[in-house]
Write a protein that binds this ligand. Structure first.
Ligand code: ZN
Length: 300
């Protein structure tokens, strides 16, 4: 078995009446696990969310366009956020990532950490003034079903969503992947029947990925007439920077900045997405304060 990289494959099948997006996201989810030092259940919850977010973003044409997903189910993980761009860069986080829950059969209980009392929100930022945003109530908190519900209700596209993360006993990620099968508007009943039949035969995505099956081969295995339309890379990447946090500090109240200088002699900011820490010295804070007063002079 040769070493595989994460990727997204986009295809059409059944005489171009369905569109398929499939991803191998093992390295992406493992990178998120390391960044957040997350337990198995939270790794699965965030990993599933990031994988589907990346699949949605794979349709974006410009690298600076983004898809942002926010899941707030009232469960102990808090709010899950995932963000992906058209170039395959993905990042994500949850409020609390150390909560383990499993079902009696030993399977990770993702629905329990996510919760079911809340919403799934998808925003597509296409570089316009306002992003397109759709929100639905969660179906089960298991992520896959919730996205299927989002596509059906918010975008009116009947979709099969399969997404999974397999975690090793040492908490590292063994395999992760996802697939979205969507009916084109003109798909007839025979197509719907065929998609339903195939969906019933499908094994969990993480199982296929763990067997080393490439997304492309899986698509052909499920739909022999599939035509591959596009391939895209997929990687964990956070574009946060010290400048970004300096801007955020500059937005604070003057008295707060002065207090940081006087009492803490510096400040530390942490990126929620990648957990990278940025330290600001007393000097740097003074410079931010200075810049802030200049801005106030101009505005005032
Ligand atoms: Zn970051």
């Amino acid at each position: 078995m040769t070493k595989q990289n994460d990727e997204i494959v986009i295809a059409e099948a059944l005489g171009a009446s369905i569109r398929i997006h499939a991803a191998r996201s093992t390295e992406l989810v493992e990178a998120a696990r390391i960044a957040h030092d997350s337990c198995a259940t939270c790794t699965a919850a965030l990993g599933r969310t990031m994988t589907v977010t990346a699949l949605i973003a794979s349709d974006l044409k410009q690298p600076d366009e983004h898809v942002r997903v926010r899941i707030s189910g009232g469960g102990p993980i808090g709010v899950i956020r995932a963000e992906a761009d058209g170039a395959g860069n993905v990042r994500g986080c949850g409020d609390r990532m150390q909560l383990y829950a499993s079902r009696e059969d030993g399977h990770l209980d993702v629905g329990r950490v996510v919760g079911t009392d809340g919403t799934l929100q998808v925003s597509r930022d296409m570089g316009m003034k306002e992003p397109f945003t759709g929100t639905v109530m969660l179906a089960s908190g298991e992520i896959g079903e919730d996205f299927a519900r989002y596509f059906a209700i918010s975008e009116q596209i009947p979709s099969v969503v399969s997404v999974g993360v397999l975690v090793n006993t040492d908490s590292s990620v063994a395999a992760a992947g996802g697939m979205i099968i969507q009916l084109m508007p003109f798909a007839g009943d025979d197509v719907i029947d065929e998609v339903e039949r195939v969906a019933k035969t499908m094994r969990p995505m993480s199982e296929y990925m763990n067997q080393g099956i490439r997304p492309e081969d899986l698509i052909r295995q499920l739909f022999p007439d599939a035509k591959i339309l596009d391939r895209k890379p997929l990687r964990w990447h956070c574009d946060c920077s010290k400048e970004h946090f300096a801007d955020a500090l500059a937005g604070l109240r003057k008295s707060d900045l002065e207090e940081m200088i006087r009492e803490d002699h510096g400040a530390e900011a942490e990126c929620h997405y990648c957990r990278k820490k940025y330290h600001f010295s007393e000097e740097e804070l003074r410079a931010i304060l200075e810049r802030r007063s200049h801005a106030e002079d101009r505005n005032g």
